[in-house]
Design a protein around this ligand. Structure first.
Ligand SMILES: Cc1cc2nc3c(=O)[nH]c(=O)nc-3n(C[C@H](O)[C@H](O)[C@H](O)COP(=O)(O)O)c2cc1C
Length: 187
């Protein structure tokens, strides 16, 4: 079966530089990809009604409801590319909402008999692509995603692809971005 790359696009701006950088990563990977545009998906957060229903279904081991489709798609992807700009030292809210939605015990992760997490995801690689207006600190964005991937999802290799200092007065943002794109494509 053909490999499936899942592109999780959390970029809201039409001219998004993060999306441009991610497109270079996807081009380099050289595979077709399935794109999930988080701003168009309108995934409902886990409000009380959804949380209760989800808990009940997970307890029954019944994952047939369409609320689990995103989790299954994530678990079955061979490669994952996430694009999210650096917002407020982290990433935009739709990505957190997406993580809440896909983090289903029994689909992306499970616990062994010692109570330790075991990843159920198929992917070997996860790329996290971001751009930042100032200096980029990965603690609350890539750092968090990396921990989730390696500790809970069973995705062993994660890579950060970034362009930073784009909004600093006097900096040539196009040049910085193009350098980052060229590093992805040609290094
Ligand atoms: C709501 C919002 C929050 C932001 N927060 C930060 C921040 O905490 N640190 C920073 O360096 N840049 C911050 N920026 C600037 C963006 O990271 C930067 O412009 C980025 O390249 C935007 O990506 P895009 O072109 O893909 O939309 C913020 C921008 C927005 C719109």
């Amino acid at each position: 079966m053909k490999d499936m790359t899942l592109y999780i696009n959390c970029c809201v701006r039409k001219e998004s530089r993060t999306n441009r950088l991610a497109k270079a990563v996807l081009q380099k990977l050289g595979e077709d990809y399935t794109e999930l545009k988080l701003y168009e998906e309108n995934l409902r957060p886990l409000d009380l009604e959804k949380l209760n229903r989800r808990t009940e279904l997970i307890e029954r081991g019944d994952f047939s409801d369409k609320m689990f489709d995103c989790a299954k798609q994530f678990a079955n992807a061979d490669t994952i590319v996430i694009a999210a700009p650096y917002w407020d030292l982290s990433f935009p809210a739709p990505l957190k909402n997406y993580i809440e939605n896909i983090y289903v015990t029994g689909i992306v992760s499970a616990y062994n008999e010692n109570g330790l997490p075991v990843g159920l995801c198929k992917a070997n690689y996860l790329y996290y692509v971001t751009t930042a207006g100032g200096p980029y600190d990965p603690t609350y964005s890539y750092g968090y995603i990396e921990s989730l991937a390696k500790i809970f999802f069973g995705i062993p290799k994660t890579h950060l692809v970034k362009a930073e200092m784009l909004d600093i007065a006097g900096n040539d943002a196009e040049k910085i971005l193009n350098n980052a794109i060229n590093s992805v494509l040609f290094d």
